[in-house]
Design a protein around this ligand. Structure first.
Ligand SMILES: *[C@@H]1O[C@H](CO)[C@@H](O)[C@H](O)[C@H]1NC(C)=O
Ligand SMILES: *[C@@H]1O[C@H](CO)[C@@H](O)[C@H](O)[C@H]1NC(C)=O
Ligand SMILES: *[C@@H]1O[C@H](CO)[C@@H](O)[C@H](O)[C@H]1NC(C)=O
Ligand SMILES: *[C@@H]1O[C@H](CO)[C@@H](O)[C@H](O)[C@H]1NC(C)=O
Ligand SMILES: *[C@@H]1O[C@H](CO)[C@@H](O)[C@H](O)[C@H]1NC(C)=O
Ligand SMILES: *[C@@H]1O[C@H](CO)[C@@H](O)[C@H](O)[C@H]1NC(C)=O
Ligand SMILES: *[C@@H]1O[C@H](CO)[C@@H](O)[C@H](O)[C@H]1NC(C)=O
Length: 917
């Protein structure tokens, strides 16, 4: 059955004649689309559109769940096989005689040839370009067929790489993925998600398929709208909304029409009549402007700075003769303006470097956030729920920024709409990562088309803060990641500049002056540009942004960290929960050295560093007493009862590491030291999400469980924090950091020391009134009373910092806890239990946790049985992984999808020494 969508239900019938009609060619049922291996037609099944070949083979029972066990390795043949998809379709009789009729693809993945009734009509070589074919004269009254042949991206990439090498005399590095990644080589030769050939956190699934909608559009009128792309720019006291519209028209046909755009909430309308003669491309561009006084709108703000007001922009193409609506489009736009400040820190001393921070609506914004990898390795699957949960979780944890990383994809429309709605600023890489790239003219024109398409598609989103050319490619060149025979550094740099500065740069600058464009991340910003495109030290603390990774230092120590302007990547791995892993690997494989588990560890040395980092702070459960001989312990390698508690400890190690590092960056807000370092304005940890269940840097695992770090982030990214640390001399230091725009006068800060052996009674307390300055970091003078305990027995104490308004005692910052560096030989922790449980509403429950004494790292969870009965319902607690210094802590249990019933028996609670043992 065909389904037709138009406006006839909404508008009066008399204006429906001539309006654009659409016929979806997505799957209508399980058998609309079929697929087969192009070279072996007996390997076949029914496909789903939108979709991908892995998911279709699974649905057809030819393979099992590709995300289970070691199936990514077992199914490597799928990505190396060519596949064909086809369906039959009928069209209404009026469509045959339409003045315009087109077949439209929102996205093909990736190397594809399209045939209508066995006649070739289109080639596509880019996952990120939409395309459209004129169908006039190509259709039959009935029994039409559509077939799309996909060439394996793996064999295509290999062939392109061979041809390039033969032509230019050198390879384009890297030439192969690391063995540990079980991946495929040369993704840089295909304009497709680079991580689909594997990454150090993800499997190789070089998908093929029709990953977005496809449809036929037609009209009895000679005009069809291709797209409407608003651009919102700012000048003193007003915004300009430039509405660019592209239309399909018939070459040499003179056409007349009215373009009518409106912002109904502002009672603004603009109408222009056009008479154009379409050129032979069959596409015409028209444009109109609406000026909007700044005073008449509510500005759009990032999360934490104000609301996210969005306005509907409606654009219609009308018939001049009878005002009938011929085509229409609608977008939600927001009014905000962005600046990137890169002034010299000291105009008289250029050696002190340059600032690097963003202002939104003239307010300097500290970017608190993370990095977003592709929402799914199967881009054709419906990821609406996953996307919403991830972005909502980002907002709930006080993040205001995400970096859409260059190895992923331009995400689906809902991703950007939700970022707008939640106030999540997007640092958007172009899709190039950790590689050099070919720069032959065919490749560059493919990139040119991709950039044009995506910038036009996305530029109206207020959430997008900045475009950046690539991930780490400038760093790779200047750090000498690869040695390539017959390709010297000057040639490498010249090719690099051709792509990011000379191909992508002009497109972005011409189409989108509403936000800055950076060449790379990390880079030195304007200093890399002044150097011709590549800075001498792209990871410099003095300029631009940095990426920071080190697994051989104490990540819980403030002094371990650099003082950059902006940190856009930093992180450390942890292992997801037992429940999450066991939904993808067998229970008999649930131990550290099993093949199933090791196949999921794609990070070189990851096994060893997780052990050594974690057990430099925590005691190993029970066995081997020699803290210095971690590898010698057989339990560590083999025992299944080790992995669950160890996983929790890796999560705590990650959480504390990211807390120390993120607070370190936040404390440097507005502070510059004598050498010019400081005024750090970004902390984007690596990474928010996962594409499978595996050890990774993510803060939310593949089953959408928040790891400990995500709960920590909610605290360390709060608008106002108390931050405590020990300096190089072991002395306590305290700061209050505020991202609020207003002064908080006469607040009370209380810093207390607790011993593990003294119940809930502090052993030392300091209390004072302070003014919390807006958008600033303020040092608190510490009493000398803390020093002797901390220098003689640092592991015996924790420090608590609270900030409240004395008038009502309300806390204005999360409770800050400074934990000891070592949890060795400690056992005097409080016991924890659930003391009360009640339902608030279908999505909200209240859990009370009682503690007998101070208890570290309390973890509240749902039982494995409950999670099995209710997978993917988006649960989380309002707080978790906290160290309690109170007899009772009340938290909320929240669900995105209401479960049938939750009882107290579905909840568990534990602390450091009792979790998962
Ligand atoms: C074609 O596919 C079928 C079904 O999977 C398989 O049994 C057969 O061996 C394949 N033939 C070749 C030549 O690969
Ligand atoms: C389409 O056009 C043909 C030839 O002009 C005409 O014979 C036919 O009736 C038209 N069909 C419809 C549905 O308008
Ligand atoms: C719209 O405004 C922009 C920016 O002010 C200007 O460059 C452009 O020419 C205007 N377009 C039209 C159609 O007025
Ligand atoms: C642990 O695993 C290794 C390799 O898989 C094996 O050689 C060793 O005997 C195992 N040790 C124990 C205690 O099971
Ligand atoms: C695993 O370790 C636990 C705790 O030391 C021990 O009780 C258990 O017997 C061990 N199991 C195996 C299979 O070695
Ligand atoms: C500034 O900070 C850097 C990095 O910590 C440090 O090496 C340097 O000594 C500091 N300079 C001053 C004057 O504090
Ligand atoms: C904040 O409030 C205090 C006390 O009212 C005042 O002294 C201080 O100047 C204010 N600071 C700012 C930046 O408004």
């Amino acid at each position: 059955m065909l389904w037709v969508f138009g406006c006839c239900f909404l508008l009066l019938l008399n204006i429906c004649f001539g309006i654009e009609q659409k016929i979806s060619l997505n799957s209508e049922n399980d058998q609309t689309w079929s697929f087969y291996a192009t070279k072996n037609t007996s390997l076949k099944g029914y496909g789903n559109v939108p979709g991908d070949i892995y998911t279709d083979l699974w649905r057809s029972n030819i393979i099992s769940d590709p995300l289970k066990d070691s199936n990514d390795v077992a199914y490597a043949w799928i990505g190396k096989t060519d596949w064909s998809y086809s369906r039959n379709f009928e069209i209404p009789s009026d469509a045959l005689n339409a003045s315009q009729i087109r077949l439209n693809f929102a996205g093909l993945d990736t190397i594809a040839s399209v045939y209508i009734n066995n006649i070739f009509v289109l080639n596509s070589k880019n996952q990120f370009i939409d395309c459209s074919v004129d169908l006039k004269g190509k259709l039959k009254p009935s029994g039409n067929t559509l077939r799309i042949d996909f060439t394996s991206p793996v064999t295509y990439a290999q062939k392109q790489s061979d041809v390039y090498k033969a032509k230019y005399g050198h390879i384009v590095p890297p030439d192969f993925p690391l063995n540990i990644q079980n991946g495929e080589p040369h993704p840089q030769f295909v304009r497709k998600a680079q991580a689909s050939f594997s990454w150090n956190w993800g499997p190789s699934f070089p998908t093929m398929g029709i990953w977005k909608d496809l449809w036929i559009s037609y009209s009895s009128d000679p005009i069809l709208m291709k797209h409407m792309s608003p651009l919102i720019t700012h000048s003193p006291s007003k915004f300009n909304v430039q509405i660019d519209v592209e239309i399909f028209c018939n070459p040499r046909d003179p056409i007349t029409f009215t373009l009518l755009s409106s912002l109904p909430e502002l009672s603004i309308k603009r109408s222009n009549d056009f008479r154009i003669i379409c050129d032979k491309s069959g596409i015409s561009k028209i444009s109109q402007n609406i000026s909007v006084p700044e005073a008449s709108v509510e500005l759009w703000w990032p999360n934490g700075y104000g609301s996210q007001k969005l306005y509907t922009l409606q654009t219609n193409i009308l018939s001049i003769s009878n005002s009938a609506v011929l085509s229409s489009a609608q977008k939600k736009i927001g009014f905000r303006y962005v600046e990137l400040i890169q002034d010299l820190v000291d105009p008289t001393r250029s050696d002190k470097g340059r600032h690097f921070y963003f202002k939104v609506n003239s307010i300097p914004i500290f970017l608190k956030g993370s990095n977003f990898i592709e929402v799914s390795d199967f881009p054709g699957r419906d990821s609406t729920f996953r996307t919403k949960f991830l972005l909502k979780s980002a907002k709930e944890a006080n993040l205001n920024a995400l970096r859409v990383w260059g190895g992923g994809i331009f995400e689906a429309d809902d991703f950007y709409a939700l970022a707008d709605e939640y106030g999540i600023l997007l640092w958007h890489d172009m899709l190039f990562a950790c590689s050099l790239y070919p720069v032959d003219s065919e490749y560059l024109s493919n990139v040119y088309a991709e950039t044009t398409t995506q910038v036009q598609r996305l530029r109206y989103h207020p959430s997008i803060l900045v475009w950046a050319g690539n991930n780490e490619n400038e760093l790779a060149i200047m750090s000498g990641w690869w040695y390539v025979p017959n390709y010297n550094i000057q040639e490498v740099i010249a090719d690099y500049v051709k792509l990011y500065r000379d191909t992508i740069g002009p497109v972005v600058k011409a189409l989108d002056p509403s936000r800055p464009y950076l060449l790379s991340s990390p880079s030195n910003g304007v200093v890399s540009e002044e150097a011709g495109g590549v800075g001498s030290d792209p990871n410099s603390e003095m300029y631009g942004d940095i990426h920071f990774y080190n697994e051989y230092i104490n990540l819980w120590k403030d002094g371990s960290y650099e003082i950059p302007r902006c940190a856009t990547e930093f992180g450390v791995q942890s292992i997801p929960s037992r429940d999450t892993l066991l939904s993808y690997i067998k229970e008999s494989d649930y131990y550290y050295s099993s093949k199933s588990f090791l196949d999921r560890q794609h990070h070189t040395g990851g096994v060893t560093t997780l052990l050594s980092m974690t057990f430099s702070h925590f005691e190993r459960p029970q066995q081997c007493s020699d803290q210095n001989n971690l590898q010698g312990c057989p339990y560590i390698q083999n025992n299944s009862s080790f992995l669950a508690p160890f996983s929790y400890l890796t999560q705590l190690h990650q959480a504390l590491s990211m807390q120390v590092q993120s607070e370190h960056y936040r404390r440097w807000r507005g502070i510059i030291n004598d050498s010019g370092k400081g005024n750090t304005m970004c902390a984007l940890y690596w990474q928010l999400n996962d594409v499978w269940a595996a050890p990774s840097w993510a803060s939310i695992d593949y089953n959408l469980e928040w790891k400990a770090i995500h709960y920590f982030a909610k605290r360390f990214f709060a608008p106002v924090i108390v931050s405590l640390y020990l300096d190089e001399n072991g002395l306590l230091q305290a700061y209050v950091v505020s991202d609020k725009m207003t002064n908080i006068s006469n607040a009370e800060i209380k810093i207390e020391m607790f011993a593990w052996t003294n119940g809930f009674k502090p052993v030392y307390t300091q209390k004072q009134a302070i003014n919390v300055a807006p958008l600033a970091s303020t040092a608190i003078k510490i009493d000398t009373g803390f020093a002797s305990s901390l220098s003689t027995a640092p592991s015996d104490f924790i420090i608590r910092g609270t900030l409240s308004t004395p008038s009502d005692g309300n806390f204005i910052a999360p409770t800050a806890i400074l934990h000891p560096d070592k949890f060795w030989n400690l056992s005097n922790f409080g016991k924890v239990s659930i003391s009360n449980f009640k339902k608030i509403d279908s999505k909200t429950y209240e859990v009370s946790v009682a503690a007998t004494s101070v208890a570290p790292f309390v973890w509240i969870d749902l039982t494995p049985e409950f999670k099995q009965r209710n997978p993917f319902i988006g649960f989380r607690f309002s707080d978790n992984a906290f160290t309690t210094t109170n007899p009772t802590t009340i938290v909320q249990l929240l669900f995105e999808i209401p479960p049938n019933a939750v009882t107290v028996g579905d909840i568990s609670v534990c602390q450091l020494l009792t979790c998962f043992r």
